[in-house]
Write a protein that binds this ligand. Sequence first.
Ligand code: C2O
Ligand code: CU
Length: 476
Amino acid sequence: SAGAMVGSAAFAGAKVLPAPARALGPAVSPAAEGVKEITLSAAERPFALPCFGGRTVQLWTFREGAFPPVVRMKLGETLRAHVENLIPREGEHITVHWHGIRLPNAQDGVPYVTQRPIEPGESFDYEFTPPDTGTFFFHTHCNTAEQLERGLAGVLIIEGDETEPYDGERLIVLRDWSIGPDGGIGSFYSAEGAGRAGTFGEIRTANGAVNPTLNVPSAADIRLRILNVDRTRITQLGIEGAECAVVAVDGIAVPPFPLKAWRAGPAMRLDVVMRTPAPGGSATLYDYYAAEPVPLATFCTEGPPLRSRDFDPAPLRAAIIPEPGMADAEHLRFDFSAAVGAPVPVTGGAPETGKFIGELCLAPQTFWAINKQSWPGRDHSTVPPPLATLTRGRSYVFTLANATPHIHPIHIHGHSFKVLKSNKRNLPVHHADTVLLMPKERVEVAFVADNPGDWMFHCHIIEHQETGMMGILRVA
Ligand code: C2O
Ligand code: CU
């Protein structure tokens, strides 16, 4: 593809994989119309969490019942979401951000930037028509480390991308939990965490359980929709005991390629087709990130085998995303670094006073910056000037450069960008809304700035986001 060639001179030593053999299916086309109405009531609710022995934990959820809530709709439908804030804490405002959806700016759910925050007792109605099929999620964009930890997130699935139906589907929602002996939510922010790799939960879970068993048909092609909705954890996902192919990344279809060990940080999603083992067999989803692999979910087969032919999963339909014009694209570089004059993270102690950089007061604990600019404060109430203003309709190539020894999953709102290459890793060219920057890694992404508005651009390790590694890209 064009993306594989352009810019290689400018990006010496870059690595690109050969194009896969199997092509994408024909482009998606809306198969439905009409309105999908939902209500999300953010409230405190007791929830019997499997990883806590089924005992009750007080969560903040968007809905009664299953956690996380799953919203399914068809491509072409309009989502109308009535969101109310019933959180029982004074001043605890919320918003809902529809992560990865290319929607109008006013529906993006960022407090003070795209809307007034929803105060307790208030409500807000979102309405948009998602343009892409795939696996997405939604989450609060306020006091995010705490609210996300307490549960304010859900899954959003836009159907209509399968060229041939698979034999089934399983949702795998990954996150850690930190729960005190009394069922209280544990720590979700620490200065040492925020200033380094983040604060981790102790209990690794899939769908709220520790290495749950999921029954699947035998010798079947099962679509796994895997979401990392953790605040902090970087995973490296692989499946042992079954042949698997990646068919979509961050919701957007890719020509199928074998799943080996795919790094998925917070907010990243992966759609995988797994040929399940023969009757009586099992396969396991692992996180290979640490030296000792961690089993996350186990698939056990049941019933007669469904398929006998070799594994060659049907591709998904191609998304319709404008192709960046590489010849006349404007190139911009963004450096992700420690904050200028950042204090060394300390444990406990009295909070330091904030310091002023230009007009903006930085929170006492500001550790990170993008192009030397730190987001002011821990919340969104002070909005800094944009990091860059992009010309609407113009193509851009961003070089995202990590100057730190930590990993940062970098997210751009309102657009799906093409990940072209890395100076360190072999990556297939694919679309994404969040891309990992490994320590000292440079990644090139390209997109058409076709969606007007002020869009957030931030690390999705929430403690990094809330201690400076966030900014605004203006498309005008
Ligand atoms: Cu999923 Cu600005 O976030
Ligand atoms: Cu980060």
